[in-house]
Design a binder for this molecule. Structure first.
Ligand code: CU
Length: 140
């Protein structure tokens, strides 16, 4: 009986070790910004799944318009932001949205974003579905 229980416990451990990791979105933050101005939100997306995903849209009450942007280097070393219809999240990847890279652009803010504030941002992914994030406003 005892050895039977032991083998069940062992199977449980092996199963949990083999379970695929979960798609996660972490560390959402935004720089302080002023009402009627623009802001940007950054975060980390981890996709340990063997299937690519795509960020399709972002919504929040703090801005009138929200776009997905990528920062690209143009000719003459000029950095320019371009709007993306979707941002592909490759399989087995860690994608960091950060200043100078991909970001969620908050256009025409309805209120000030002050350091220490938190606001809700909802991201919609093609496969992983919706994520409601509490974005921290921080001076990083
Ligand atoms: Cu932008």
């Amino acid at each position: 009986m005892k050895s039977h229980l032991f083998s069940i416990a062992l199977i449980a451990i092996v199963l949990s070790a083999c379970a695929p990791g979960k798609f996660t979105v972490s560390d959402p933050w935004a720089r302080p910004a002023q009402a009627r101005g623009t802001g940007a939100a950054y975060l980390i997306i981890e996709n340990p799944v063997a299937q690519s995903d795509a960020l399709l849209s972002a919504t929040s009450d703090v801005a009138q318009v929200i776009e997905l942007h990528k920062t690209v280097m143009m000719q003459g070393d000029v950095m320019q932001m371009i709007q993306m219809e979707r941002i592909v999240i490759p399989a087995n990847s860690k994608t960091e949205f950060k200043p100078g890279g991909s970001h969620v652009m908050l256009i025409n803010l309805k209120c000030d974003l002050k350091s220490g504030d938190t606001f809700t941002l909802t991201l919609r992914f093609q496969n992983a579905g919706e994520f409601n994030l509490a974005v921290k406003v921080q001076d990083r």
